[in-house]
Design a protein around this ligand. Structure first.
Ligand SMILES: *Cc1c(COP(=O)(O)O)cnc(C)c1O
Length: 334
């Protein structure tokens, strides 16, 4: 049975073109800095996003950890959202491995952090306090796109206050495609940015951290320390390069599929949050475990959370969205 997997956009299979690009990539030992394909991926992304340098890493979690550790020393603090991946979903890595304290703040409805609350959370220079060093944002945030004016205001605040400004841009390109802007219109407001190649972009592995030459130098040292130095990694970087050249614009299709899915579920009577990019959040209620089993028996994979997240991606076609809607409709009659 063909499985329609709506749990995440991490589940995609590499496309035929991508696999071909991987087999043809020139390779070398990247710990020696000699993998031409890794070097090209790093140069391409740094250039496109407007940074001096970039670093290819195995995962978004490592990219975020390196970003936080490159900005913050032991006993420093970063301001971050309660629901942010860097804070909530990375095993406390910044605290465990970097001795960096988070200062979490609640999100506003649009996914942003209130900048007056951010300002109020910045600790004075006093030895009672951790040193507030960094504001870390996420975009898209649970599928929501942070407005460009908001990013500019956050940039201004961090400049005024002498803080670094970090973006977990795991889904940066979903935000850029949604806004119909070059990704650089988003990244220009930040000192450093992490981008996942293995989410909507459809590569099997990898993230890239971008920043100043100095910051990336620090991150490269930390990457080696954490065991993230890879050898002929160009075979993976080639997938990322292919994704950047061929699978960015098509994110609009995922957004359209998510819109259609959201509308269809709303028509069935589900409470659906407004859909912006490739994520549909729906109140699945108490019967969600039964819904999950019902879907699984019909070749549709979903998670079992009362606030259910359905994610569209490269391997979910428009026709499959219609199939999913029929299955949800059938479930309502059980
Ligand atoms: C998936 C994700 C990450 C981490 O990426 P992994 O490659 O799974 O470690 C970081 N931030 C956000 C917002 C993500 O969605």
């Amino acid at each position: 049975m063909t499985v329609i997997d709506l749990r995440s956009d991490t589940v995609t299979q590499p496309t035929a073109g991508m696999l071909q690009a991987m087999t043809r990539a020139p390779l070398g030992d990247d710990v020696y800095g000699e993998d031409p394909t890794v070097n090209r991926l790093q140069a391409v992304l740094a250039e496109r996003l407007g940074f001096e340098a970039a670093l290819f890493v195995p995962s978004g979690t490592m990219s975020n950890l390196l970003g936080l550790m490159a900005h913050c020393e032991r006993g420093d603090e970063y301001i971050v959202g309660q629901q942010a991946h860097t804070y909530k979903y990375e095993g406390g890595g910044a605290a465990v491995l970097g001795s960096i304290q988070p200062q979490p703040l609640d999100h506003q409805a649009d996914g942003s952090l209130d900048l007056e609350q951010v300002r109020a959370a910045i600790k004075p220079d006093d030895f009672h306090f951790a040193r507030t060093r960094l504001l870390a944002l996420e975009n898209t945030m649970q599928g929501k796109v942070l407005p460009l004016e908001y990013l500019a205001a956050a940039r201004q605040l961090t400049h005024e206050q002498g803080l670094g400004h970090y973006l977990d841009g795991a889904r940066l390109y979903n935000a850029a495609v949604k806004l119909s802007v070059e990704a650089q219109q988003i990244t220009r407001h930040f000192d450093s940015v992490s981008v996942c190649l293995s989410k909507g972009l459809g590569a099997p592995v990898g993230s890239v951290l971008c920043g100043s030459r100095e910051l990336i130098g620090k991150a490269a040292r930390l990457r080696k320390m954490l065991g993230g130095g890879m050898r002929q990694a160009g075979v993976l970087a080639a997938a990322g390069l292919y994704a950047l050249d061929h699978q960015v614009e098509r994110l609009a299709e995922d957004h359209a599929a998510a819109q259609r899915l959201g509308e269809g579920l709303r028509r069935l009577g589900y409470a659906v949050e407004p859909v912006q990019t490739n994520m549909v959040y729906v109140q699945a209620g108490e019967r969600v475990a039964a819904l999950k089993a019902f879907c699984a028996a019909r070749g549709v994979a979903i998670n079992a959370a009362p606030r259910l997240r359905l994610v569209t991606h490269l391997d979910v076609s428009a026709a499959q969205v219609e199939q999913v809607l029929e299955i949800f409709a059938a479930f309502l009659n059980t």
